[in-house]
Design a protein around this ligand. Structure first.
Ligand code: ADP
Ligand code: MG
Length: 586
């Protein structure tokens, strides 16, 4: 086929593929247009799950008759005109894509009247073909009617689910828009029956009833208010109490400058804020609105505009996480659960509180191998001794060499094994620490002379907050002066390690973003951070014996195939794959 330019209706249909996924996406686009037009009330009528009819009527500014044909043309918008405008978009729409896209996959009719026009006018579009504008009766505002969605795109129609499912998505879309614009009244009807009637929420009480209607009757009483300014960011919202958490993550709403977004970064930050107050597998309900200088956020990340990019995503993450965490901290006394009791014990103790069968007492092995003992002079560890392939029984085989101070290369019966040494060791230590944590008597060693740890007072406080957890793995610490701790006992597996710097780093991590925040319970976090700090770091030269020891520990350690962050710790390349690389037949 020769190269040629696509017809304009096909171009619209391709764009529609991104913007109009299902009836609910049409509702979202039309409702956003109404909000951009300054509507005070939006009425939505749906028939047959939106496949027969979607109608959105508003009392906004209206479209002048002369501009109606433009409204349905691609890349035609009244909302931006220059790149500068694009970089600081304040409206929900700006791409000029929704109406032409909808018009290319449905029968579209727009009836509108501006405030100063004596009468209204209407424009119809059928499968991408616009008809001439006609006079029509309409009060000031706009009605957009979409009939027979996807009638001319059978492939898309096949992906549409049942009427009830599609209508469910429509309700969710209306709820999202309604939470983003509390001052606007909404009404939604399906097949002539009223489903939602939301009066304008102009004060706290009004907002509470809108929240109750959308997130559940008890939500307003079981939520905490957050209202905070952090740098260029202002945060406002309602955080469901941990005790009101749900099995599904279906009541989580994030808005950025009035736009409903699904943003991993924000969801992750909120989740983190909840991390040590939530039991595993539960999801908080929340509504969170972020206002930020429009220039610090890029909304042009995706045609559906439900994703955003922050210029300084770290700062946003930090601000949201801290705000949520601080707000939730106030729930503790009321929860009347001391910190230690909140720890997710089943995960440590395995089932009914029995200690786990020690996976080859990984702790003891680690101690014997003394990863932390000062290393022999560089070069002493011969890094390229080739072994006979006798590695049949050992999954990770025998160590051959260290690569760039990061990876261990080993040979097993099948071929080559590559291990990320820090990640692997971190997991081994973490699992060993958890095992110690769960035993009544952690293997530990009293020091003949206590070591002293000097730190700023607030960091000592952080360590003392974690004291119960530290004791459970074998540490014994107490404060001897405002800025000084005495370290009297250390976990056996860390004997010989540089424990004082380790505690110093732990204190710093506990007070900053660095720690193992991805781990849910507080104790996991302490143990995870400890493991990360104690694990062998890049560029440590390892002897073959040490590499071997790590491989054997990995084989004995649960979950050792992923590091504490869920990334793989090792991979393999089989002889067959190597043969292929060298085009060698066998
Ligand atoms: P965008 O919203 O990105 O500008 P659309 O295709 O959704 O693109 O709409 C095109 C134009 O039609 C808008 O820029 C606006 O001027 C006009 N328009 C659409 N819907 C309405 C409405 N409900 N009220 C007033 N004007 C509207
Ligand atoms: Mg739009």
């Amino acid at each position: 086929m020769p190269i040629r330019i696509l017809s304009s209706s096909l171009i619209d249909q391709i764009a529609a593929g991104e913007v109009v996924e299902r009836p609910a996406s049409v509702i979202k686009e039309l409702a956003e247009n109404a909000l951009d037009a300054g509507a005070r009330r939006i009425e939505i009528d749906v028939e047959a799950g939106g496949l027969r009819l979607l109608r959105v009527r508003d009392d906004g500014c209206g479209i002048p008759a002369a501009e109606l044909p433009l409204a349905v043309q691609r890349h035609a918008t009244s909302k931006i005109a220059t790149l500068d405008d694009l970089e600081a978009v304040v409206t929900l729409g700006f791409r000029g894509e929704a109406l032409p896209s909808i018009g290319s996959v449905a029968r579209l009719k727009i009836t509108s009247r501006t405030g100063d026009a004596p009468a209204g006018s209407e424009l119809g579009v059928d499968g991408g073909e616009a008809r001439p504008v006609r006079a029509a009766a309409h009060p000031p505002g706009t009605t957009v009617e979409v009939r027979d969605l996807f009638y001319n795109v059978p492939a898309r129609r096949k992906f549409v689910r049942t009427e009830a499912t599609e209508f469910g998505h429509i309700v969710a879309a209306v709820e999202r828009v309604a939470l983003a614009a509390p001052a606007v009244a909404f009404r939604l009807r399906h097949n002539g029956r009223e489903v939602l009637e939301l009066p304008a929420a102009l004060d706290e009480r009004g907002m509470a009833s809108r929240l109750a209607r959308i997130l559940g009757e008890d939500f307003p009483e079981r939520a905490l208010r957050v209202e905070q300014r952090v740098g260029p960011l202002s945060l406002r919202g309602w955080l469901g109490l941990p005790t009101a958490a749900r099995a599904q993550a279906d009541r989580q709403f994030c808005f950025v400058n009035g736009r409903a977004v699904r943003d991993r970064l924000l969801a992750g930050a909120v989740r983190l804020g909840y991390r040590d107050v939530l039991y595993g597998g539960r999801h908080p309900a929340y509504v969170l609105e972020i206002q930020i200088d429009h220039r610090l956020v890029d909304v042009n990340a995706h045609p559906a505009k439900t994703e955003v990019r922050f210029r300084d995503s770290r700062a946003v993450h930090e601000a949201v996480f801290r705000a949520v965490e601080r707000a939730l901290a106030s729930t503790r006394p009321a929860e009347s659960t001391p910190a230690a009791a909140r720890i997710d014990l089943p995960a440590f103790a395995g089932g009914a509180g029995r200690p786990l069968p020690l996976p080859l007492a990984a702790a003891r092995v680690a101690a014997e191998l003394a990863f932390h003992a000062p290393m022999a002079a560089p070069g002493a560890a011969a890094a390229a001794v080739v072994r006979e392939p006798d590695a049949g029984a050992l999954p990770l085989g025998h160590a051959l060499a260290q690569l760039h101070g990061l990876y261990i290369l080993a040979q097993n019966a099948a071929g080559l094994v590559v291990v990320d040494m820090h990640a692997a060791h971190e997991r081994v230590l973490y699992e060993a620490l958890k095992t110690q944590y769960a035993t009544a008597e952690p293997a530990a060693q009293w020091l003949l002379e206590p070591l002293s740890v000097n730190l700023p007072e607030h960091q000592i406080d952080l360590l003392l907050e974690a004291q119960a957890d530290l004791e459970k793995v074998g540490f014994e610490i107490d404060r001897v002066a405002p800025g000084q701790l005495a370290l009297r006992r250390v976990p056996a597996m860390l004997a010989g390690a540089e424990v004082v710097p380790l505690l110093v780093q732990l204190a710093q991590d506990l007070g900053s973003e660095r720690g193992a925040h991805h781990l849910d319970a507080a104790a996991h976090r302490v143990l995870g951070t400890l493991a990360c700090r104690a694990a062998i770091h890049a560029h440590r030269r390892l002897s073959l014996a040490e590499m071997e020891a790590l491989l054997r520990q990995m084989e004995q350690t649960e979950r050792a195939s992923q590091c504490n962050h869920g990334r793989p710790t090792w991979t393999r390349v089989s002889l067959a794959e190597l043969d292929q690389l060298f085009l060698r037949g066998r």
